[in-house]
Each structure stands twice: as structure tokens, then as C-alpha cells.
Design a protein around this ligand. Structure first.
Ligand SMILES: [Zn+2]
Length: 213
């Protein structure tokens, strides 16, 4: 390996390790290769009981929640990987939008907090209402951007696996379930259900058949 190549690799590994430390509050393990797709995929394993099973970092490396995924079937692992590879493919464009609107969300949360503060201070309700509505709008734009990104990722996984294997994988995923109340709200807000993905697929098929008929 040339010097530049080694430097690039070092930067990728270092960034990913820090990303795991900061966002997962744990240490990344040595990168490993998963062989559940046609081609081998490198992942950076970590182990927490977080609801996040896998994640693409801003530089395109894939984090893999080792302890929560090791008992999954090959089909479920394939479904998770296809989902993450779909995110990775879109990294520069739509993901940029998702990262961008994260700032909006932070601003929205502050604004909602501010409106509650104003209300407690005895500010007139219509004025507080305007501030509150602005905060909710900022948060909604963020949730909508994430939901679009997650829906495309799920639909990509669906297309690779086919309906039968996709349903099978999601059955196993829902058996694991989510514990935290806030996590469940978040999951419901940003992830489409299996039925919604199938409905989208049928809709696209109908449109395609109109154009090819
Ligand atoms: Zn996702």
C-alpha cells in the first residue's frame, strides 16, 4: 500500500472510531467483512443495546451493532445491509439534506422550549402560539427529510430481497421490538411500515404498467 493510501485508510478508521465513541458511547471493534451479499462488505462493529442496528457515517463507513444482530438470520442481515447501502449511495445528495435539516430541528427544539418559557412568563397566548408553530414547523421539516430517506432505503431493500424475504426479515426485526417510549415514537415517525412499503411498490408497479402498456 502506498503512503497516501495508508493515510486515507488511517483517516477513515480514525474518524469512524471517534464517530462510534461520540454517538454510541462505546468503542468500535476491529473492522470486519460481512459475507451476506454477493460482494463482501466491510463494517465497523460496536456493541450496545441501542435501537440502531446499523448506520452509515457521514464518510460512508458502515457501523454494525454486533450484539444486537448476531442472532439474526442471513435474510435479516441482508435486509439491514441493503438498507444501509441504499443510504450510503445517496450520501452526497439527500443525506446532505438530512444533515442540513438536523440544524433546523435543533433550532425548532430551542424555539419550542422558548415558547413554553414565554407561556410560563405570562406572554400573550397568540404570540406564544406563533413561536411554538415555527418550532414545530422546523422539527417537521427534519422529520419529513429523514422519513423520505428511510422510505427510499426500505424500498431499495425491498427490491433486492423481494416481498417474501422482506416480510420475513421485518417479522424477525419486529420480534426483537423496541423498549424505550421515545424510541418507539421516533421509529413510528421516520420508518415506513412493511405494509406502507408494499403499498408504495404496488403504486409504482401500477404507474409503470400504464407507461409500458
Ligand atoms: Zn435507515
Amino acid at each position: 500500500m502506498g503512503y497516501l493510501h495508508r493515510l486515507k485508510r488511517w483517516l477513515i478508521v480514525t474518524f469512524t472510531n471517534w464517530f462510534v465513541r461520540l454517538t454510541k458511547r462505546t468503542k468500535a471493534e476491529e473492522p470486519k467483512t460481512l459475507n451476506v451479499l454477493n460482494e463482501p462488505i466491510e463494517v465497523f462493529p460496536f456493541s450496545t443495546n441501542s435501537h440502531i442496528l446499523a448506520q452509515v457515517t457521514p464518510i460512508g463507513t458502515i457501523l454494525w451493532n454486533q450484539s444486537r444482530t448476531e442472532d439474526f438470520s442471513e435474510t435479516t442481515k441482508e435486509c439491514i445491509l441493503r438498507h444501509e447501502l441504499s443510504h450510503k449511495k445517496r450520501n452526497p445528495i439527500l443525506r446532505g439534506l438530512v444533515y442540513g435539516t438536523t440544524m433546523w430541528c435543533a433550532g425548532g427544539l430551542i424555539t419550542v422550549g422558548l415558547s413554553i418559557g414565554l407561556l410560563l412568563e405570562g406572554a400573550p397566548l397568540p404570540a406564544v402560539g406563533v413561536v411554538f408553530a415555527l418550532g414545530v414547523l422546523l422539527i417537521s421539516v427534519f422529520i419529513a427529510a429523514v422519513r423520505v430517506d428511510e422510505t427510499i432505503a426500505e424500498y431499495d431493500a425491498f427490491r433486492y430481497l423481494g416481498e417474501g424475504k422482506f416480510i420475513e426479515a421485518h417479522q424477525e426485526l419486529s420480534d426483537v421490538g423496541e423498549t424505550g417510549f421515545l424510541t418507539r415514537i421516533w421509529v413510528r415517525l421516520v420508518y415506513p411500515t412493511t405494509d406502507e412499503i408494499i403499498t408504495i411498490h404496488r403504486g409504482i408497479q401500477r404507474i409503470q404498467s400504464k407507461f409500458t402498456a
